[in-house]
Structures are given as structure tokens and as C-alpha cells.
Design a protein around this ligand. Structure first.
Ligand code: CP
Ligand code: NVA
Length: 320
């Protein structure tokens, strides 16, 4: 495939797929997860190779992509800035041209979104965003599937994506890559995000890349954002790459800790999610993250199942 070909599908941000493609993807996730749980072999990606490029640290993203690719019959190559020419200023375009001649699909975790876009523009194979400063679409994919498992799956495992419609997701904390991606998901799948951030850390609709500001509402007080929510979610106060702001952020975010009081004003069956890693006592209390409404371990596991379905879709198209 030639770089820039319209036949190559990349997943650089959540809005790269349409609502009906998400409906298909979530059905595939349910099937793929069920096969995994039943120890059924499913190896449609035999002889395919995934290159994973990490310019920032990771536990979940690395393990979920690597284990997922092996389970589907393929193999992986793991590169970091420190052990490749990426850290010695080889242009990203040249890296894309070379790497994409040797592998079938690429996952990148990096800093600016423009970097992954430049890579994708010169890649012969699909590129997946494994987190940038602006977006984290694979995580939201996992979070949405986790919500569907709780509210939109019947006994026979049939997925109802419409269970997301009209729901309220409360975002408490930084207007960061996770928040931006939630906004894109809300716009595409028809729910609303109640956003509460400290002043100076607001979401920016332009950066989030949304057209319609109806998909979110801003609240000064995080407690108000949580009122009546179906899902309460947060993230670290300081994302990777922003460590120099740590002290200022600690002071600014002190009141943005998801605690029992916040969960208490959400719906009685509200879920708590966190992409992890988490800092108990900072953005979330131990009582909440380790409590009965928390689904953080399901979220983490679901990273692997959703990414297997995503790789299947990008490489093989619609199955079934
Ligand atoms: N949630 C997430 O992406 O975790 P890692 O940073 O460990 O990959
Ligand atoms: N917002 C966090 C997410 C980590 C998975 C970060 O970018 O560091």
C-alpha cells in the first residue's frame, strides 16, 4: 500500500471511526473476549507483525497490545526512543517509511498529535494512537466497552451500543488527553460529558476536535458535575510530559479528588473509572477506587480485547 492511500485506515483519534463502525467493533470485542475466556484459539493475524513505538512509559498499553497480538497469532517489535534512532533525531517521516515497509501495523505512544499524524502520512500500514498529549482513543474504547458490559449486554452477549445514548459521564480533573477523547466519543455516540476542571486546566473544544459543544457542559464545582451521572471518571493530576508543573498542579487540583461524597450524588448504580495508573489520595480516594462501584480492573483488561478487535478491523476489515 502506498503511504497516504485512502485504503489505509489509521486510528489516530476517536473520531477516525463512525458510530456504525463502533457498533460493529463492540460486537467483535464481545466475541473476541468470549473466545479468550473460553481458551478458544483465534489467530487471524498469523504472520502479521505489530511495531510498538514508545516515547513515554507504559504498562497497560504495552502488555495489552503485545499479549493481544500474540494471541491473534502475530508477533511484535518493541521500540523506544532510547533504544532506536528515534532518540537520535532521525526524522519521523523517514522512520515511518522504513518501519512500515517491514511490519503490518504500528502503534505509537508519543508527545504531540502532529508527530503521529506525520508518521501516519508516510506509513504504508495502519497506525494506532497508543496515547498522545491530546488523545488516548484506545483507552476510551476500553472504557466504553466496560460501560456496555455493565448496561448494554444481554445474557447471550449481544451488545447494545444504544445504551450509551443520553447517558451522563462526569469528568473530574484535568482537561487532558482523556478528557478530549471523552468529548469526541460523546459527540459520536450521543451522550453528554459533565466536565469540571480547576481554572487554567479547562478543555478546549478546538484541541478536542469537536464540532458541537452540546456534547459537554462545564461545572465549576466537581460535585455538581457528578450529580446524576451514570459514570464518574478522572485521571492523574499531572500527565506524562508535564512533570515540571507538578507542584502547581498539586495545589490547583486539591479539590478535584473523586471521593465518596461525589459518588454519593451520582446515580446509585454509577460506575467509577480511571485509566490508571492512579494515585490514591490525589485524584481519587482509596475508598472509591477500591470500592464496589469501581470497574478499573475490568477497564484495564478490556484494553486488550478492544485492541484485538481494532487490529482485526484495521487489517482484515469487517468480519461476519
Ligand atoms: N492507561 C494506560 O494507558 O496505561 P499505561 O500508561 O500503563 O499504558
Ligand atoms: N493522562 C495520562 C494518561 C496515562 C495513561 C497521561 O497522559 O499521562
Amino acid at each position: 500500500m502506498k503511504p497516504g492511500s485512502t485504503l489505509i485506515r489509521h486510528y489516530l483519534q476517536f473520531k477516525d471511526l463512525r458510530a456504525e463502525e463502533y457498533a460493529h467493533l463492540f460486537e467483535r470485542v464481545a466475541i473476541i473476549k468470549r473466545r479468550f475466556k473460553n481458551y478458544e484459539r483465534y489467530q487471524p493475524l498469523a504472520d502479521r507483525t505489530l511495531a510498538m513505538i514508545f516515547e513515554k512509559a507504559s504498562t497497560r498499553t504495552r502488555v495489552s497490545f503485545e499479549a493481544g497480538m500474540y494471541q491473534m497469532g502475530g508477533s511484535v517489535v518493541h521500540l523506544t526512543t532510547g533504544d532506536s534512532q528515534l532518540g537520535r533525531a532521525e526524522p519521523i517521516e523517514d522512520s515511518a517509511r522504513v518501519i512500515s515497509r517491514m511490519v503490518d501495523i504500528v502503534m505509537i505512544r508519543t508527545f504531540e498529535q502532529t508527530k503521529i499524524e506525520r508518521f501516519a502520512a508516510h506509513s504504508r500500514v495502519p497506525v494506532i494512537n497508543g496515547l498522545t498529549n491530546e488523545f488516548h482513543p484506545c483507552q476510551i474504547l476500553a472504557d466504553l466497552f466496560t460501560f456496555i458490559e455493565a448496561h448494554g449486554m444481554n445474557r447471550r452477549g449481544i451488545v447494545d451500543v444504544d445504551c450509551l445514548k443520553g447517558r451522563v459521564v462526569a469528568w473530574v480533573g484535568d482537561g487532558n488527553n482523556m478528557a478530549n477523547t471523552w468529548l469526541q466519543a460523546a459527540e459520536i455516540l450521543g451522550f453528554t460529558v459533565h466536565v469540571s476542571t480547576p481554572s487554567g486546566y479547562e478543555v478546549d473544544a478546538k484541541v478536542a476536535g469537536i464540532q458541537n459543544s452540546d456534547c459537554y457542559k462545564v461545572f465549576k464545582n466537581p460535585l455538581d458535575a457528578c450529580r446524576g451521572a451514570d459514570l464518574v471518571t478522572t485521571d492523574v493530576w499531572t500527565s506524562m510530559g508535564y512533570e515540571a508543573e507538578n507542584d502547581a498542579r498539586r495545589a490547583a487540583f486539591a479539590d478535584w479528588c473523586v471521593d465518596a461524597e461525589m459518588m454519593g450524588v451520582a446515580k446509585p448504580d454509577a460506575l467509577f473509572m480511571h485509566c490508571l495508573p492512579a494515585h490514591r489520595g490525589e485524584e481519587v480516594s482509596a475508598e472509591v477506587i477500591d470500592g464496589p462501584q469501581s470497574v478499573v480492573w475490568d477497564e484495564a483488561e478490556n484494553r486488550m480485547h478492544v485492541q484485538k478487535a481494532l487490529m482485526e478491523y484495521l487489517l482484515l476489515g469487517r468480519i461476519g
